[in-house]
Write a protein that binds this ligand. Structure first.
Ligand code: RFL
Ligand code: PHB
Length: 389
């Protein structure tokens, strides 16, 4: 088997990169460990930056998002002082699109199908070889048969637990990590969203987030200790705790119902530098993880895809290798911007187990500045809608 770009991982990063490359006449093979149904059963991000929305349009995978997605021009923050709104349009002249990662992935699969792209599912034992040479290749097992895929370049789009990142020798890799002492318990329910826009709540009992997918589908999260298990939380217990942490006026009229998905995600900040080694390029969660508080994970994956696609296109179409050589530096500059923002949102909005009275006062002041200082709102809005590519 032979292709120009071998793509490890068929999540949003891998599918979007493959789609853009195929449209530019560059061949790809996507190798995905799980089944298509499994990939489409994962409930993850829900907020797309304008840059990602534009990229999906460029990829010819935006028709449903444009018809069914919901542009949001602001969000609410709830604190002990009350609830206030940050206006993205007024402060940053931009907006975000509320449209779920599951739907983005479904649209990308359909776009890839219509191009006749090669996506191999349920492949096992993927290994990357000779990435430092001019002729790298990938081996894997499908249906019990060993396969070899020769290629020019390898895109490691296989998420945090994938095989691509460990292929970079430990002596070359620098990893930066921060693990937070709590997780998010999330539920999806067929209920009317609590408000017209997202509500991020700082509460003495812990953080809460009221989000949504559409008019009939809500997504809610509450901060929980890392020792909690999903089985510890009945739907009734979840709704009661969520209502305690949201403003009373919102809680009083909130629609509740059975959960259709319930899971706990740990929170972590992580960056691997560099994001390239020889002919291997890391993209998305394979290279970095952010806590979900700033809604940046999926959006960072999209900006990586943009940089790598642009660089590969220049290499194939113009024989210009300079953008490929600069991929890691270019991507990392934006990654660290999102790292800082996600860390700041997480620190400002959660209760930390070791939080001292001093820490508490500083957190309250951070929130008060955001409430009352237009310049603080501008900084938040600019980061939330997404720093430029
Ligand atoms: P993904 O989505 O993890 O996709 C990687 C794909 O690679 C496959 N894979 C392999 N394939 C072949 N061989 C191997 N050895 C492989 N190892 C792995 C996997 O099966 C998978 O299909 O990474 P990608 O494409 O970079 O996309 C990144 C986003 O998915 C991610 O940043 C966000 O979903 C992060 N994230 C969230 N971001 C937000 O902005 N808001 C959220 O609410 C939010 N919730 C979440 C999240 C991530 C979560 N994870 C990863 C645990 C909730 C969860 C639970
Ligand atoms: C979501 O809807 O899943 C979501 C929205 C905003 C976040 C995190 C998750 O910051």
């Amino acid at each position: 088997m032979k292709t120009q770009v071998a793509i490890i991982g068929g999540g949003p990063s891998g599918l979007l990169l493959s789609q853009l490359l195929n449209l530019a006449g560059i061949s790809t093979v996507v190798l995905e460990r799980k089944s298509r149904d499994y990939v489409l059963s994962r409930i993850r991000a829900g907020v797309l930056e304008e840059g990602m929305v534009d990229l999906l349009r460029q990829a010819g995978a935006s028709a449903r998002m444009d018809a069914e997605g919901h542009p949001h021009e602001g969000c609410y923050l709830s604190t002990a002082e009350g609830m206030f709104r940050v206006d993205f349009k007024a402060r940053a002249n931009s907006e975000v699109m509320v449209y779920g990662q599951t739907e983005v992935t479904r649209d990308l699969y359909e776009a890839q199908d219509s191009l006749g792209a090669t996506i191999l599912h349920e492949v096992h034992d993927v290994e990357l070889h000779d990435v430092e040479s001019g002729a790298p290749y990938v081996t894997f097992v499908q249906d019990g048969k060993a396969q070899r895929l020769a290629c020019d370049y390898i895109a490691g789009c296989d998420g945090f637990h994938g095989v691509s990142r460990p292929t970079i020798p430990a002596a070359v890799r620098h990893e930066f990590e921060k693990v937070y002492p709590f997780g998010w318990l999330g539920i999806l329910s067929r209920t009317k969203p609590a408000a017209d826009e997202l509500i991020y709540a700082n509460h003495p009992r812990g953080f809460a987030l009221a989000s949504m997918r559409n008019e009939h589908l809500s997504r809610y999260y509450i901060q929980v200790p890392l020792t909690d298990k999903v089985e510890d939380w009945s739907d009734d217990a979840f709704w009661a705790e969520l209502k305690r942490r949201l403003p009373e006026t919102v809680a009083a009229q909130m629609e509740t119902g059975p959960s259709i998905e319930k899971s706990i995600a740990p929170l972590r900040s992580f960056v691997c530098e560099p994001m390239q080694f020889g002919r291997l390029f890391l993209v998305g969660d394979a290279a970095h993880i952010v806590p979900p508080t700033g809604a940046k994970g999926l959006n960072l994956a999209a900006s990586d895809v943009h940089y790598l696609f642009t660089a590969l296109k220049a290499a194939y179409q113009d024989k210009d290798l300079s953008l490929l050589a600069g991929y890691s530096d270019k991507a990392l500059a934006r990654v660290w911007g999102a790292m800082r923002f996600s860390w700041w949102m997480t620190t400002m909005l959660h209760r930390f187990p070791e939080q001292s009275a001093f820490d508490q006062k500083v957190q309250e002041n951070d929130l008060a500045q955001l409430h009352h200082l237009p310049s603080a709102q501008e900084t938040m809005a600019r980061n939330y809608v997404g720093l430029p590519y």
